[in-house]
Design a protein. Sequence first.
Length: 280
Amino acid sequence: MEENIISIQGLGKVFHTGSGDFTALEDIHLEIKKGQIQGIIGLSGAGKSTLVRCINYLERPSSGQIFFRGKSLSTMKEKEILAMRQNMGMIFQQFNLLEQRNLLRNVCFPLEIADSGCISRALKEWKEKKKENKEKRAKSEVNDSKLSSTPLGVIIKTVLGGKARKKKRMERAKELLKLVGLEGREKSYPSQLSGGQKQRVAIARALVNNPSLILADEPTGALDTKTGEQIMELLTELKREGKTIIMVTHEPEIAAYAKRQIVIRDGVISSDSAKEGGLV
């Protein structure tokens, strides 16, 4: 039996605006099985992108629950959510590349964020240990020689792994740029790329943490037909390698790549091919 990677139960999202409340999603129930392309389809403003952003908690749901591999996101602490997101690659419609970084450093960026999180946790633990040691000295509970006095710089260097860790990040980024057909362009900048090439970089960046789930928000929306087909061929190959892909689109020809098509209209699911045709 195929495993559910995502389970959504009674999901709702309400935005509070100056002109009143707007219900973007209402009572969404979905089970997403691993290893397939699942299409979230609908017109602009239907709630498709909001649903995807709720799945990785870029938007916090107003009601209901989302389970990732059996664990409720609503029960996770912030650091657990950050760790969970490393297992969910996000492909944005408008690429969201950093113009001041070359392609290699764009792809590396999620790994740098992950390392920064490690530094933050190390800093917090170091401060707590320092405070504890100070209290012990005041109470004369132990000799200074028995207290930890590891400098913060040593802790951070240990976490980052120095040049070795950076080299590993760069090697991973080069590997992925080669995978998406951009070998030799590592030092190019986003302004030097076509729309299709920018989307390939965005896909490489989404894969850098080796996620099991890829969330693709209109991955071909800003591309011409031929380039869009090339991007979909790449996503299809990733599916063959075992990745689960949840893809948002309003284009019927792109939706055809999905084994399952879930149609959203006015914030609710109006049809689901899994229920209508027995697909999973």
